[in-house]
Design a protein around this ligand. Structure first.
Ligand SMILES: Nc1ncnc2c1ncn2[C@@H]1O[C@H](COP(=O)(O)OP(=O)(O)OP(=O)(O)O)[C@@H](O)[C@H]1O
Ligand code: SF4
Ligand SMILES: [Mg+2]
Length: 329
């Protein structure tokens, strides 16, 4: 168990979206502690609230559609929610940076990679032109794009998808952030590139002792990089533990089904599980467990009472009324 103070502490965060009078409960009270020098994986299906979590941390939830109903996000004890935009800007990019799934959406097509890095370090670190130039060279070297000046002078559309992702990582880490959020940074890449980017992120995290929130819908990707993992389902964290422990001793039925749905050499020959049923509609706000409609273990109490996220062993929490029962799913 990590006994240090978390760098970022998210507590009981509830976020809803309202669009044309339709409400969507995106986050239903999530709590996550994020530490320096640790990769925290956040895994869950599409629509479970992974991107909303990252946007809330970085202060980029779309307004006025998204409303924070309750909770807190503290950075070294400083509350980030409701900070004025100019104060938040000092955190964003400087202390907390983000790598997105789609580099195309983030990289500015009108500027070269070099210009975009120089702008970041001039803005946040106050570097002069020659220092900014040297920093851009150094960063591209760090992400494996530094052999010549070609990438520095290239516009985003002139780069391959792997190069774009590396360039975006260079921009994200340009101001030495303490914390990096990587939202599905490898999803659009082929397997070889995916592994290269994971290796690069791991190396950078170790080199710079950064904390990292690594988001993916794919547990086998999270397994490659994370030290700790939280499983999110329909806007709730249903299980959180050390990465290895999740595979040794999953406690939540959803996690167990998730594990059974990924190919694993130790289960060779066994059929992969699929999780039957539909994810809870974001507009529904049931009193009980969000997983009950799909859970093969659901009992009457599950529809009535929402299970709390409780630590059942040191550093291992699960939100299930029957987390400690031994089931054969
Ligand atoms: N701009 C928006 N307007 C309305 N509702 C939204 C908006 N963005 C997110 N939501 C709601 O929040 C929920 C969580 O969305 P989020 O983008 O965090 O999912 P995700 O886990 O990142 O999914 P994916 O794996 O597809 O990226 C969605 O199911 C949706 O109901
Ligand atoms: S609380 Fe009930 S419905 Fe929810 S995961 Fe546990 S057994 Fe399944
Ligand atoms: Mg997302």
């Amino acid at each position: 168990m990590n006994t240090a103070e978390p760098l970022i502490a998210i507590e009981n965060l509830r976020v809803e979206f309202t669009q044309e009078k339709r409400r969507a409960f995106a986050l239903r009270g999530i709590s996550i502690s994020l530490y320096r020098n640790e990769v925290h994986g956040l895994v869950g299906e599409s629509g479970s609230g992974k991107t909303v979590t990252s946007m809330a941390i970085i202060g980029l939830l779309p307004k006025p559609a998204a409303k924070i109903l309750s909770g807190s996000i503290r950075y070294e004890g400083q509350e980030l929610l409701f900070l004025p935009e100019d104060e938040l800007r000092a955190y964003r990019g400087g202390k907390i940076a983000m790598v997105f799934q789609e580099p195309a959406k983030y990289l500015n097509p009108a500027f070269t990679v070099g210009e975009q890095i120089r702008e970041m370090v001039t803005l946040h670190m106050g570097l002069e032109r020659s220092q900014a130039e040297a920093r851009a060279h150094e960063l591209l070297g760090l992400v494996g794009l530094g052999k010549d000046d070609r990438v520095l002078k290239a516009y985003p559309h002139e780069l391959s998808s792997g190069m774009k992702q590396r360039a975006m990582i260079a921009i994200a880490i340009s101001c030495n952030p303490d914390f990096l959020i990587a939202d599905e940074p490898t999803t659009s890449l082929d397997v070889t590139l995916q592994l290269q980017i994971l290796k690069l992120l791991k190396r950078l995290k170790n080199m710079k002792s950064m904390g990292m929130l690594f988001i993916s819908h794919d547990l086998s990707v999270i397994r490659e990089i994370a030290d700790r993992v939280s499983v999110i389902y329909a806007g709730k964290i249903v299980e959180s533990t050390r990465m290895a422990r999740l595979f040794e001793h999953p406690m939540h039925p959803y996690t167990r089904l998730l594990l059974m749905s990924i190919p694993d050499a130790s289960r060779k020959g066994k059929r992969l599980a699929t999780i039957a049923g539909q994810v809870l509609d974001a507009k529904d706000d049931p009193p009980g467990c969000v997983f009950a409609p799909r859970c093969p273990m659901a009992k009457e109490v599950c529809y009535r009472e929402s299970p709390k996220l409780i630590a059942h062993e040191a550093g291992h929490a699960s939100a299930c009324h029957f987390a400690e029962e031994a089931w054969a799913l």
